[in-house]
Write a protein that binds this ligand. Sequence first.
Ligand SMILES: *Cc1c(COP(=O)(O)O)cnc(C)c1O
Length: 496
Amino acid sequence: MNYRSTRNNAVSVQSAKAIAQGLSSEGGLFVPESIPKLTKEDILALCDKSYPERAFDIFKLFLTDFTDDEIRHCVNGAYLKNFDSENVSEISHLLTGTYILELWHGPTCAFKDMALQILPYLLTCSAKKVIDGKKIAILVATSGDTGKAALEGFKDVEGTSITVFYPEDGVSDMQKRQMTTQEGSNVNVCAIKGNFDDCQNGVKAIFTNEELKKILDDMNITFSSANSINWGRLSPQIVYYVSAYASLIKDGEIEYGDKINVVVPTGNFGNILAAYYAKQMGIPINKLICASNANNVLTDFINTGVYDRNREFYTTVSPSMDILISSNLERLLYHLTDGDDKTISEWFGKLSKEGKYSVTPEVLGKIKADFYAGCCNDTETKAAIKEVFEEYSYLMDTHTAVAYKVYKDYKAETGDDTKTIVASTANPYKFGKAVYEALGQNPEGMDEFTIIEKLEAYTGTKMPAPLAATKDKKVRFSGSVGKLDMSDVVLNFLTK
Ligand SMILES: *Cc1c(COP(=O)(O)O)cnc(C)c1O
C-alpha cells in the first residue's frame, strides 16, 4: 500500500517515508491510495482481542512496509502501559443507545495521547528505514493539548528531541502547568509573546529556514513535525473507532451490521476524518456528526460548500477547537473528488491566498451524504455540561459538551434514533474553571487547584492522577521570548 500526495498524484511513497517526511514537498498531505476493507469475519475476530491487538490488526493493513515485529513493538510500547485503563479507551453509557467514547485515559488526559503515545514509535521506526542514522528534532506549535501530549510521547525517546512553543496567554492554567513541569532530558518548552498563529508561523519559518537546515545537516539532525497532518498521527485514530464498534458488539449493545452515528467535537478535522476512514473500511457508520464551537467555519462549509476563513476568531471555553483552518479537510476532499490533485491544489491555493474556496455541487452532495454539521456557543456548551451532570451524573469537559449539544440538535431536527457514539476528547479537570462555572458555581479569585478541590467536592468525582501530580512538580521552563527569537531558542537547545 502506497501513499499519494493530495496535490500531486505522481508522488507515491511507502508509509515509512510518508511518516518520516510528514508533509509532501509541494505542500500536499499523504493519503492512502486505496482504503483497506474489513470483512464481517475480520470485525467479529476483533471482539475478543485487546486494544493493542486490535491496533496491530489495523496497522498491518496500512503500514505494509513495516514487519509484524515492528508493528508489535509500536503498539505494545504505546498501549500496554501509560493508560489508566486496560482498554485504553472506555465506553460510558449515558442513556439507552447513547455512548460516550472516552479517549482521554492517557498520560495527559486528552485524546491527543491516543496518537501521540504511538507516534514516537512509528516515527523512529520509519526514520530507521528511510533516513537511518539521523537524529530527529520535533517542533510543535500548540494551543495546549498537542504540546503536552507530544512532550509526554517523545520524552527520553532515543534519537529524538522535542521543542514546544505555546502562546504565553493562550492556554489554560492546567495546560501551562502540565507543560512547564515536563520531565525528560530531551525536552524544551518555550512561551511566546504572541498568539497561537505567531507560534505556528514561527515554526513554519524554522522548517523552511535554509541556513538553519544547513547547520542541522552538519550535525546530522533533521526536523520533523508531530501535528495532525502527519499520517502517523491520523492512522492511530482510526483504530479506536473500529475498536469501539467491536466493543459494542462484544458488550451485546449492537449486532454486527447495525449502524451507528459518530459525533466528534472538531477543530483540525483529524478526529472525524479518522471516523470517516473507519466507515470506508467497512464499519457501518450512518452519519458523521461534525460539532463546532463559535468558530463554526466547518458548519458553514458542510451546509453550503463554501469554506471561508475570513471571519471573526473567537476565544471560547473549548480552546482546542478554536481554529479557522481545518487542515485535514484536504484529505477528505481528495477522496471525494476521486483523487483530483489539480482541483485540490487549486482550492487550497485559493484558501492560502484568498482565505476562501467553494466545492462543486457534486462534491457537496457527497459530503452531505456522510456528514451532518452543527455548532454551539459557550452558553449552550455550559448548559449542556450542567444538564448532563444533573440528569445522568456524568461530568463532561467543554469539548465533549459541544458534541453532546450538537447531537441533541441533530436528533431533534431529524428524529434519527440510530445508536450513537459521542467522542469525548478531554477529561473535565483539564478545563476545571469553565466546568465549575458551568455547574452554576463561582470560581472568581480562586487558583486552579482550589477550583479543582471544589469541583471534586461538588461533583463527587476525582481529578485524574497525572493532573494531580503536576501540583508538586518543579517548574522547569519559565519566562517567554518574542516571536522573532524562536529559531535561536531551537538552535541553542540543539547545540547545547
Ligand atoms: C485537538 C482537540 C480537538 C479537535 O480535534 P481535531 O482532530 O483537531 O478535529 C477536540 N477536543 C480536544 C480536547 C482536543 O484536544
